[in-house]
Design a protein around this ligand. Structure first.
Ligand code: URA
Length: 290
């Protein structure tokens, strides 16, 4: 094992980041972030080519190409702290666009198991983002990533919802589920109901951290989650919709790369409705779309 020169900058002598075990040039700018290490090979199974780059603790990294676009998938493990480590180290090796591909619990009756939720922003019930910046700082998705996820979901014809997500560091008590021996402090007992009343769509555990850190550092974050639980109907179906979330996230990367090229070509910083309609019409002319 190679040595480390510093405790404050834990990079080994070959330039590899301590947790992810990757170095500059190993990963492209577009990175898909499932929580579950087991979901990384599933994501890569839709790519043209892929290879396992590294596995260390909860962090499994694959790199490859999806429809000609260089892409990586890195598992974050569950929750904000492990996710923040992944973002920190990925930014250091050159990534700047992060798409969470997760699972979630819906807070509204009409959101069915297997549907997808694409997050516009996230309520910061995580702890780690508060270490980085005061709670008033918004956890918002990147406009580019958000639109690419919506475009991909439309293209693939899957059921999806767009809105505000709540990200918690706690799966049980913090999401209003009874803890061991039914422990449930009053403050959290109806949190899922109160959030639904203010039009929050879903609970998950990582989006707020990704959005906050991506914004602080000038990167881009987005999230698409498969609904495996409904807290109103009290249904639970692990795995529902996961393959659709994976397909939408992969396709969003391809779309983003097209938009990034278009922005560079037109020397513009922001996507607008007219830029997007030009992109759409060009695609039709080239026979990519009906
Ligand atoms: N993930 C969560 O954080 N909550 C749920 O209810 C389901 C998945």
């Amino acid at each position: 094992m190679l040595g480390f020169k510093s405790a404050s900058v834990p990079v080994d002598e070959s330039g590899k980041q301590y947790h992810l075990n990757v170095r500059k040039g190993d990963v492209p700018r577009y990175v898909l972030l499932p929580g579950d290490p087991g979901r990384v090979p599933l994501i890569a199974s839709f790519w043209d080519e892929s290879k396992l780059l590294s596995t260390h603790r909860e962090y499994v990294t694959y790199v490859g190409k999806y429809r000609g676009v260089d892409v990586a998938a890195v598992s974050t493990g569950i929750g904000g702290p492990a996710t923040a480590i992944a973002i920190e180290e990925l930014l250091r090796v050159g990534a700047d666009t992060f798409i969470r591909v997760g699972t979630t619990g819906a807070l509204r009756e009409e959101i069915e198991l297997g549907d997808l939720v694409i997050s516009l922003a996230a309520v910061r019930y995580d702890g780690v983002s508060k270490i980085y910046v005061e709670p008033e700082y918004p956890a918002v998705a990147s406009l580019d990533v958000l639109l690419a996820l919506i475009e991909a979901a439309e293209e693939l014809g899957v059921r999806y919802h767009v809105g505000i997500t709540a990200s918690s560091d706690s799966f049980y008590v913090g999401q209003g589920r009874p803890g061991f021996k039914n422990y449930l402090p009053k403050q959290w007992s109806d949190i899922h109901v109160r959030l639904a009343e203010i039009n929050v769509l879903n609970f998950e555990m990582e989006a707020a951290t990704i959005f906050t850190l991506a914004n602080i550092y000038g990167g881009r974050g987005g999230a698409v989650c498969a609904v495996i639980a409904n807290r109103v109907t009290d249904e639970f179906a692990p795995g529902a919709g996961v393959e659709n979330a994976v397909k939408v996230a992969n396709e969003a990367v391809r779309i983003l790369r097209e938009w990034d090229y278009l922005k560079a070509e037109k020397k513009i910083n922001y996507l607008s409705a007219s830029t997007l309609s030009e992109w759409y019409l060009r695609g039709r002319k080239r026979g990519w779309r009906e």
